[in-house]
Design a protein around this ligand. Sequence first.
Ligand SMILES: Cc1ncc(COP(=O)(O)O)c(C=O)c1O
Length: 472
Amino acid sequence: MDIELFKKEAHALVEWIADYYREIEKYPVKSQVKPKEIFNQLPVSPPQKSEAIPAIMEDFQKIIMPGITHWQSPNFFAYFPANSSYPSVLAEMLTAALGAQCMIWETSPAAAELEEKVMNWLKQMMGLPESWYGVIQDTASSATLCAILSAREKATNYETNNNGFSQNNFRVYGSTQTHSSIDKAVKIAGIGKNNLIKVAVDENLALDPDALEKAIKTDLLNGKKPLCVIATIGTTGTTAIDPIKEIAAVCKKYDIWLHVDAAFAGTALILPEMHYMADGLDMVDSYVFNPHKWMFTNFDCSAYYVKDKETLIRTFEIMPEYLKTAVDSQVNNYRDWGIALGRRFRALKLWFVIRSFGVDGIRERIRNHIKMAQELVKKMKEHGSFEILAPVPLNVICFRFKPKNMSDENELNKLNETLLKQLNASGKIYMTHTKIDDKYTIRMVIGQTYVLQKHVDTAWELIQETAKNLKK
Ligand SMILES: Cc1ncc(COP(=O)(O)O)c(C=O)c1O
């Protein structure tokens, strides 16, 4: 491909992208293909000769698109969103075009300095402690792993890095609602899944600080070393909000690292009225939230903050001769702020998003998502045959269909499983489920970048209609 052809194909692709966004609602939200359906349509071996982009695009439309779940559809109400937006897509094109590998300052000074700047902007936007240091990670899973590894190194005076474990009696604590990335992190960090203690939650499904302290005391009596607590602002199941201040007090008392996982809900801190969730954040050691979930910045972009950057850097520092530069003492070399050496230029899309939406624009959308969810909760309660199964502090509604004449829990579970299956098979909306107290629970997240009231209204009508027909 030469540059003239590149230009022609690039223009055609931008047209395709614009049409895709314009017509996104014509696609089934959840891909309807069966396992191996895509794989079996693709040739066994790669092409020997060059193929033209239009031919590749034809196969993209015919073979690949049916296997895509449309996360950017305004009718996507599943999981947590992985939002993109027009400015984010534009920035991602530039990132790909520049192809910069931003491992150290010198390999692209603008990338390092823009990253430092946008991470400072986010602190201001979200009202996070000014003294924190920020770095963009690929995912919240990596950020949480960084937190646990930093806690481990600090507790062992960086000796585990040098010699491996001499003895592992560490304990990590989360709640029964903590995300599975913490299970993964303790496995990778060598602490072990059996040393992850899942503390009980209260009636709002938030971590109970008294139960936490009790677990810590028991462990201390048994010769264990409490290492790290993971508190969550916005749990994955129900967006429960752990009481950070009370948990921080316990951590301070026993000198334990406190990491806060606000992967999804952290974006809501842009709203002053949601700032109660941040009470106590000034006492934590590390914090993560994902602009790639709810802040219109396409995957991957995870904002990780630490109180003490020296601990982070000492945990991950490497210094091979070929990476030494004359300016090392004056700049941030982000290769030492996380796991990977190679780094994408992720700050660019965040910069585009923040500038294009403006803080007010982001705030308005987030506020509207929460408002739409709260209004739908009211309608579900008024309906009489729907039950809200967990508090709705934000924009995630956990509900089930509960016809007046049905009380058997097994029957209700089956009914709601069928309801969700039918709704998703319709291709018109996509939601996922969780279990609360063994109750099959449908989870509806109203947080897609371009979701409007009309989409929520149509979804609610579809839910009612499908449920009504199930009963017969
Ligand atoms: C609370 C919470 N923490 C962590 C994660 C993991 O996020 P990531 O995919 O960025 O690793 C999720 C994903 O949904 C989450 O809900």
